[in-house]
Design a protein around this ligand. Structure first.
Ligand SMILES: [Zn+2]
Length: 147
């Protein structure tokens, strides 16, 4: 495991093990509803700094753990969800701050991220120890099909 520093977060991660896991599953195994397809299509247009952020952690953004989607009055879609990765949280920016407090938020381009060790829906075969990367992003609708 390697120690990394992101803003005021200190984490220990095993990006190689995480990457091996993501390599072992396919996008097709995921859900194929229009919301998921739109998300995956958007992943291909993510700016380099966002892709680099996921790559540093060993995560393939097209294979999300789970997300919720909300249509907003701007016509864009708010996606909120999470990914698992192999690692441990060594230090949070603040013990008291809530998950989405500004102290905890990592902004990478138009995405907001935070880490948590309160886990949801970890696959049985995901290598341990596990932490969760949570994200929020506004994305356009890129599919031809309407919902
Ligand atoms: Zn879906």
């Amino acid at each position: 495991m390697k120690t990394i520093y992101i803003q005021d977060w200190i984490l220990k991660i095993d990006a190689e093990k995480t990457e091996e896991y993501y390599d072992s599953i396919t996008v097709e195994e995921g859900c194929d509803c229009a919301y998921c397809k739109n998300y995956i299509k958007n992943c291909k247009t993510f700016p380099k700094e966002v892709l680099n952020f996921y790559k540093m952690l060993g995560i393939d953004p097209q294979k999300e753990g789970e997300f919720m989607e909300f249509e907003t009055d701007t016509g864009k879609h708010l996606y909120m969800g999470f990914y698992h990765l192999v690692g441990e949280i060594i230090k949070k920016p603040s013990k008291k701050a809530k998950k989405w407090d500004n102290l905890n938020i990592i902004k990478v381009n138009n995405l907001k991220f935070t880490f948590t060790d309160k886990l949801d829906l970890v696959p049985d075969n995901f290598p341990r120890p596990v932490i969760q990367l949570e994200f929020e992003v506004m994305l356009p609708w890129l599919l031809e099909e309407k919902i």
